[in-house]
Design a protein around this ligand. Structure first.
Ligand SMILES: Cc1cc2nc3c(=O)[nH]c(=O)nc-3n(C[C@H](O)[C@H](O)[C@H](O)COP(=O)(O)OP(=O)(O)OC[C@H]3O[C@@H](n4cnc5c(N)ncnc54)[C@H](O)[C@@H]3O)c2cc1C
Length: 567
């Protein structure tokens, strides 16, 4: 089937939905295409809240400074100024759209403290903020009459005369391949958290958007900047929100000591995430942990606060650690959570490829730099979703539709058929069996976690890269057990693995390139931040079968000169 829209948004998380609504408001025809039903997008998992300087006494400049300091001065200050100055109106608009934020005793929007923030400016809906926002975003998309292709998987972008003009996608229910023509495309396909194992991210976070853009020439920026969240469960990597520490929970070591006083005496548990995760890892490495963990203690918050504001993590701790947060501290450790890097964009969401925009976790407009502050991601989705939606709509008004037709669908069908055939091919091991996507993904995830985590070294990074490159070779021999067309998750998982391997390679290469320690990227062999040589972004370009091409780009500084970072 050939479909045609003015603007096509790939991704129905909050970034995609917000972008789509804004494009629609500009009067153009808009479609959203998503591999999961929209409200199952990963935004759903966001717990703690969304930032804005809305209260009396707070200011957007203070929010901007905290964000820049949190980013370890790698965030682009022009983008951060946009984010923080536009945040208050964006939050009010969300409320007007129907988000029921928590309120304080006097009926005003209630806020909580979050890490790295000098003011309590995180607005929240208990600890299900993402779910509340996503449902309202979806309601609004329906209200705005936006076409939604739900459970469609984008496999490729359509490129014509150097511009992006749509995508090719599999309708998962039927297995049919369709060509979706569009005058502008917005990638809002989320993060790449499943390139790591374990991870706080859902199985759907597989870096598809980054791989799609990378393959058509858009560079990926600062991919080495990967955030480990301080409070994840050891059993399955699930996250316990920073909102717990925002409400006053403590971090304790095996000696019962609030160890953050050694590392961040002013902000304690609410220092930025990179600092807290490193401190925890140091405690564990130096023998003051418990079975590879430290403890999160919520007991003193009391039943009322826990049940009213932290009810999801009460359940998570109970279900996955068998612990009652009201009676016992829960063992936690740093775990993969978020990627600050992504498809490089400007503040209108434009990528280096004409007609192609990107927003949300898949993108890097560079508001998080080396370390994202908690609750700034949801804000980025809304602010830059709105901006990229408006910019793409405007562009689409003068752009032309693609001439591509069914031949692109047929080409994709041939690639899928070739993948189906692999199972008959002999494997490199010579045992007559092809590789399976699942075990390869696990190997990749473990190699990344073991070598490209909280602490890094040249040797470890080289090991991870070598593993990823070997896995890329083995991936050529991945076969499918399910040869059917209808709802073939086996096929989707194989395609996702291909995307994750690209992203994992870009992360390793970025980390090898950056020979300093900044934000979440801490190299034991280069333990200092080096502003003279590395106050710049890393860029990775796809180069076919050859090694990727690299470049760097200066950081945009508007008014906050880099300083030593202390919490
Ligand atoms: C447990 C957890 C808690 C968090 N809590 C907070 C918080 O309190 N505050 C905060 O600011 N941030 C938080 N974050 C981060 C934040 O939730 C995410 O960064 C953000 O929701 C990402 O939104 P997105 O719209 O970019 O992508 P997502 O919500 O991940 O949506 C991606 C969309 O792309 C679609 N897609 C992907 N690939 C394809 C493809 N190939 N074809 C078609 N569609 C595709 C998916 O179907 C989905 O609709 C949290 C993250 C986690 C993991």
């Amino acid at each position: 089937m050939i479909l045609e829209h003015d603007v096509l948004v790939i991704g129905a998380g909050l970034a995609g939905l917000r972008a789509a609504i804004e494009s629609r408001r500009a009067g153009v025809d808009v479609a959203v295409l998503s591999k999961v039903y929209p409200v199952r997008s990963h935004t759903n998992a966001a717990q703690g809240g969304i930032n804005a300087a809305l209260s009396e006494g707070d200011s957007w400049e203070s929010h901007a400074f905290d964000t820049i300091k949190g980013s370890d001065y790698l965030g682009d200050q022009d983008a951060i100024e946009v984010l923080c100055s536009e945040a208050p109106n964006d939050i009010i608009e969300l409320e007007n759209m129907g988000v029921v934020f928590n309120r304080d005793e006097e009926g005003r929007l209630g806020s909580r403290a979050f890490g790295g923030a000098s003011y309590a400016r995180t607005y929240f809906v208990a600890d299900i903020t993402g779910q509340a926002l996503l449902h309202v975003g979806y309601d609004q998309a329906l209200k705005h009459d936006i076409t939604i292709y739900s459970e469609w998987f984008a496999t490729d972008l359509l490129m014509e005369d150097g511009a992006c003009r749509g995508c090719v996608a599999i309708e998962m229910r039927t297995g049919e391949v369709h060509v979706v023509r569009a005058k502008a495309v917005i990638l809002a396909a989320g993060g790449a958290g499943r390139a790591y194992e374990p991870s706080t991210n859902a199985l759907i976070c597989t870096g598809d958007g980054m791989a799609l853009a990378y393959h058509v020439g858009a560079p990926l920026m600062d991919m080495e900047m990967v955030q480990y969240h301080p409070t994840t469960l050891p059993s399955n990597g699930a996250l316990l929100t920073e909102g717990a520490r925002g409400e006053g929970a403590y971090l304790l070591n095996s000696e019962g000591e609030r160890f953050m006083q050694r590392y961040a005496p002013n902000m304690m548990e609410l220092a930025s995430r990179d600092v807290v995760s490193r401190s925890e890892q140091t405690e564990i490495n130096e023998g003051r942990g418990l079975n590879g963990c430290v403890l999160l203690d919520c007991r003193h918050l009391g039943e009322q606060v826990i049940k009213a504001k932290l009810r999801q993590i009460l359940e998570l701790a109970h279900d996955f650690a068998n612990i009652d947060l009201m009676k016992e501290p829960v063992p936690i450790r740093p775990g993969y959570h978020y990627i600050m890097g992504g498809i490089k964009t400007d503040i209108q969401g434009r990528t280096a490829v004409e007609g192609l925009y990107a927003v949300g976790e898949t993108a890097c407009v560079s508001v998080h730099g080396g370390n994202r502050l908690g609750a700034n991601s949801l804000l980025e989705l809304v602010t830059f979703g709105r901006r990229s939606g408006a910019a793409a709509a405007e562009y689409s008004k003068t752009a032309k539709h693609s001439r591509y037709g069914e031949e692109r669908a047929t080409e994709e069908e041939r690639k899928i058929a070739a993948l189906m055939d692999v199972a008959q091919a002999p494997s490199p091991a010579g045992n007559g069996h092809s590789e399976m996507a699942g075990p390869l993904r696990l190997e990749m995830g473990r190699a990344m976690h073991n070598n490209v985590g909280v602490y890094r070294t040249e040797e470890g990074l080289q090991t991870a890269l070598a593993n990823v490159l070997t896995l890329k070779q083995r991936f050529r021999n991945v076969g499918l057990q399910d040869k059917g067309k209808v709802w073939n998750t086996n096929l989707i998982q194989a395609l996702e693995l291909g995307n994750m391997l690209e992203v994992a390679e870009a992360i390793c290469r970025g980390a090898l390139l950056r020979k300093e320690s900044r934000g979440a990227h801490y190299r034991l062999d280069y333990p200092k931040r080096d502003d003279e040589n590395w106050l710049k972004h890393t860029l990775v370009y796809y180069n076919g079968e050859d090694e990727p091409r690299f470049d760097t780009l200066p950081v945009t500084i508007t008014r906050w000169a880099p300083q030593e970072r202390k919490y």
